[in-house]
Design a protein around this ligand. Sequence first.
Ligand SMILES: [Zn+2]
Length: 497
Amino acid sequence: MLGRRQVFRVVATVLVATGALALVPGAASAQRFIAGAPGGGDDYFPFAGNGGYDVEHYDLDVTYTPPPAAPAALVGQLSGVATIDLVATQNLDRFNLDLRDMDVEAVTVNGKPATGIEPPAEGTVVEDAAYWQVQDDGARIWELTIQPRPKIKSGQRARVVVTYGGDTTRPTDIEGALYGWVTTRDGAMVVSEPEGSMTWYPVSDHQTDKASYSFEITVPEGKVAVANGLPVGDPVTEDGWTTWSWDAPDAQASYLTTASVGDYTLHETETPDGLPIIDAIDDNLTPASRAITEASLALQPDIIAFIEDRFVPYPFNSAGAIVDDDSVGYALETQTRPFYSRIAREGTVVHELAHQWFGNAVSPERWADIWLNEGWATYVEWLWSEDQGGETAAESFDAIMEIPADDNFWDLAIADPGPLGLFLSGVYDRGAATLHALRVKIGDEAFFEASRQWLKRYDDSTASTDDFEALFEEISGQDLTTFFDVWVRTPEKPTTW
Ligand SMILES: [Zn+2]
């Protein structure tokens, strides 16, 4: 993400999710079937993600009607059928999906229907296959619980089909920033970091459960729907509706999913290596925005080659951009196809492309680890600038170190910025300065070798700050405890390291 620069705010206390156990009376312990946890174990967003299973694939069949013309309210209509292929990782009596402000109309598990009921009181035994929803905006709890019958054994595959729908509005995250399925007059901007995907499909909404995706998005004829990956065939139009199909076979974190809808024109090209690039550019950009955007996006093959030269090959099956004439106030690195609000500037394109490696292929284990996304994307901006004859990485580092020690920029332990601190400038700029200081400390050879190992070892997965520290110690042969304590765990300006 790039664009949110906010003042420091006091971090709110967030309660940690508890996984309520629903034991089957009399069952032998080895055969106990219990409830999957309602959260993915991330302290910052306790009810994002779920326990007890691992999703392999989401097939999202969504029909969307944008709002009527102004002055009608900015409310769209969405209806969807989500087909979710998962594998149980424990014996499951019931399990949860995250789904916010959408009504569930039907659920089947392996073809067997469940009955929609009111949430049962604590301790009540529900005998038959059932599902229920808890929607508590104040506590940020948005859970769909599914109780399949028969129960699902550990290791068993299951296909869960959820039919759902509702009004779409303009949801906001914990900071109050727009995210998720953001309704616009001419479509929708779909950008979901950190846990906004639950606003438009039932999902285990945490990056520790990556999956592949396929999409069929049906919109009024004339609208264009753009998702991750590559198009499947040509769009099909029938009775005034057009269905756009996309396939994203690479492992993908839920916050990187998109299905933006607008008055886009698709521009298809490829890199010299044959990597497809698909840019969706809004027809309604201003002429000045369009000129800058087109010039920046024309650099994508060069930027990809630049990053590949220093690190590892591009990790996905396609690249490109979505540039909307509306704004969420920031750009986001949606996988294979970053989203840009109103304009795509060169530095932002470098940043969002860098995230395809740093953040998307290797994602943060916990949201506390987000400096590994934003520090790296910022540092690649510094490297690109130097390569283009602009400010060098050393000069960028020096500029950060000129910030006085009493400036609240330094009042942040970037390895634990808090749920309201994910997008503070310290996460970005101190993160990049950390990487530059590390490079100077261990030398270019070890730094870039460890960086490549990082991208190879944790490809299609997640990793933590501790994993990062351990790998750089392993490759450099140095004890980096003090270095990481000073740079990422101490809310003060580093002086020696
Ligand atoms: Zn970013």
